[in-house]
Write a protein that binds this ligand. Structure first.
Ligand code: C2E
Ligand code: MG
Ligand code: MG
Ligand code: MG
Length: 294
């Protein structure tokens, strides 16, 4: 349509749009080089058992530090990486790096924990038999020596856009022995019957429901319903975005299995996370005082 309007087509772009398009182009070009330039890194956020507050798992979260732009938010670069397909090689790097890190912690003698890695829907769309998600996951496990049961793959409900193939891929992943968890649960469109058909092991309640848990009865009711429903389907439940002791106590009462959020820890560098493992102490909910003891 822009072409039809001939030389006036520039009018379709506001200055703001031009800046955005330019910004995108720069981001896209530098993202292509970011992998080989080692600009990506992972940070690790603990996931704790709701009953004893011991660390039972960790989520790997991707970070990108551009030499000039500085830290680029995942909210900005991950959608772009998905659109351009760059998320495929980047995702392979994440899987390998997170698996290697978990294996290194196990080899160092720390009690084994599960490593969660986020996957984009785009990573399911690789029809090539020589290079597909199942193969990528197998390779990451083989090259790092990590046992499959210590790897969790997190994905949102958007993976179901290509329903038939996705179910088959999930089955193959479960066959390898990795766990499947539905991320940001409650934000997409899902129903009990839909969940029942999915070969999955766990789900994470989106932080939007956790945020208002103690103040909004509707959100509390949703959280309660999600947990009850998940348990009836034999799924484990993690609450994300837990920031206050009030939320933690509430979630514990609702029998939510695991919790993750700033109350326990922000995402940490690998060496910071290792300090937590070395301390080996559970988090404490020091009710009455604002902090908690590590
Ligand atoms: P997510 O998987 O739902 O990850 C949780 C996000 O919530 C993370 O944001 C984390 O830092 C943040 N968070 C954790 N605890 C709290 C809390 O108590 N309060 C609040 N307000 N936020 C908390 P982050 O690291 O910016 O990541 C954003 C999203 O980017 C992730 O959401 C995930 O969808 C995506 N992402 C991150 N790493 C990867 C990756 O390696 N691959 C893919 N495909 N996506 C990734
Ligand atoms: Mg996640
Ligand atoms: Mg999430
Ligand atoms: Mg989220």
């Amino acid at each position: 349509r822009a072409k039809e309007q001939g030389k006036n087509n520039y009018q379709m772009f506001t200055p703001e749009m031009k800046v955005m398009a330019f910004h995108r182009l720069i981001l896209e070009n530098s993202m292509r080089k970011a992998l080989e330039r080692n600009e990506f890194s992972l940070v690790y956020q603990p996931i704790v058992n709701s009953n004893n507050l011991q660390i039972t798992g960790v989520e790997a979260l991707l970070r990108w530090r551009h030499p000039e732009m500085g830290d680029v938010s995942p909210a900005d670069f991950i959608p772009l990486a998905e659109e351009t397909g760059m998320i495929v090689p980047i995702g392979e790097w994440v899987l390998r790096t997170a698996s290697a890190q978990n294996k290194a912690w196990q080899d160092a003698g720390y009690p084994p924990i599960r490593m969660s890695v986020n996957l984009s829907a785009r990573q399911f769309l690789q029809p090539n038999v020589n290079r597909n998600l199942v193969k990528t996951v197998k390779e990451a496990l083989e090259t790092t020596g990590l046992e499959a049961k210590w790897l969790v793959l997190e994905m949102t409900e958007s993976i179901m856009q290509n329903y038939d193939n996705t179910i088959e891929t999930l089955r193959q992943l479960q066959e390898i022995g990795v766990r499947i968890s539905i991320d940001d649960f409650g934000t997409g469109y899902s129903s009990l019957s839909y969940l029942k058909r999915l070969p999955i092991d766990a789900l994470k309640i989106d932080q939007s429901f956790v945020r208002d848990l103690t103040t909004d009865p509707d959100h509390a009711a949703i959280a309660r319903a999600i947990i009850a429903m998940a348990h009836s389907l034999k799924l484990k439940v993690t609450a994300e975005g837990v920031e206050t002791e009030g939320q933690a106590h509430y979630l514990r009462d609702l029998k939510c299995d695991k919790m993750q959020g700033y109350l326990f820890s922000k995402p940490l560098t690998a060496s910071e996370f290792e300090s937590l493992l070395r301390a080996g102490k559970p988090y404490m909910l020091a009710s009455g005082s604002p902090g908690f003891v590590v």
